[in-house]
Design a protein around this ligand. Sequence first.
Ligand code: PLP
Length: 448
Amino acid sequence: KPLTNMQTRDVEALLHPYTNAVMHREVGAHVIERGEGVYVYDDQGRRFIEGMAGLWCCGLGFGDRELIETAQAQLEKLPYYHLFGGRSHEPAIELAEKIKDLAPGMARVFYQSSGSEANETQIKLAWYYNNAMGRPEKKKIISRVKGYHGVSIVSASLTGLPYNHKSFDLPVDRIHHTATPHHWRGAEPGESEADFSARLAREFDEMIEAEGPDTVAAFIAEPVMGAGGVIAPPEGYFEAITPVLAKHDVLCIADEVICGFGRTGEWFGHQRLGMKPNAISMAKQLTGGYVPLSAVAIDAQMAEVIERHTGEVGIFGHGFTYGGHPLGCAVGSAAIDIYRRRDIPARVRALEPEFQRRLRSYADHPLVGEARGIGLLGALELTPGGTAMFDPVGKVGPYLAMRLLEHGVILRAIGDTLAFCPPMTISEDELDQLFAPIERCLDETLHW
Ligand code: PLP
């Protein structure tokens, strides 16, 4: 059956006809005009509760005066300056100090504009590091099936989703994928979470052995997988992976682009999930999504090796015109002040039990295969029964998202999985509104 047409204007001919924006389109073309708090309004004046914080980024909601006024003041004072040739500016320095304070163990901060660029930078750092260590063969990177790390050539290669690889001849050489830590889908009958984690760590170890430990530079992972379907690792997963990394001297990179800045109830997801990174990528909520900015932080050991080598060879030949843009840094700095002042991680911890209880209350619905999540991240994976997949895949999820839209709720269908990532400032009353139409829309979708 055709989806109800929510189209308000013929934007299709004008915008993004061939991009992800259309491929992932849940609802027809839909023009959003403004935002306030947890709500956005379209060009017809209809109000929607934004259950995905945009694309996992507007953790402080829309219309935050402090972020807006900070941006205005920064544009007037210094709208652009770069971090090249020994030059810097106050917002970049201040933000780096704040990031270091929040991420214990991290020694240096590099800026970019997007999550993809942050991860691209991570891989160059890992390669440069191993060149500096005198082991130029140690260059392979292992990421995970269903991991999402971006769309530039290397970050898309790290991503473990078929549509980011197909037709692009990706992944590039030297990038490999290990299993998704999804217990519900991946465990053998009767296998406990801890046993499943131990098996995945064993398989990971065998993969490194098969590739040759002297050729493997780094492992990159999201503490909680986001765009792959909101998959939190099972009990003991990172605890089992960490010794394998140590055994083979493989760097650990945490992609905190979604999990960073309170989303899981800790400042960073790796702190909640027991991951021990040498380096961290951050973006999205770094500026509350208001201005594009990303950053990479590395630990003292990596920094020391990289800086010594740079002293020898003269330059670490990498950096972007807009990396560390003063507008992004000023807004990022203000966002961190707000996260701290309002103790957003504590707020997420306080909301988590009710948020997760509500999600799991749909677990018995005939359309829901698994209800899952952690912190203020969640998902309902729709199936025709058990872990079976719909045929064709990716039609039922968007239908549900479209029904919800008609009830004033924006959530994202990732294939047949409905993802939740509301602004972390959401009130209990607004959470009620977010969940209010779900049961009814699930029923409508069941009888579609
Ligand atoms: N890493 C993660 C975990 C992400 O979720 C994303 C985007 O969704 C990226 C990297 C890529 O970020 P960007 O779209 O800013 O390049």
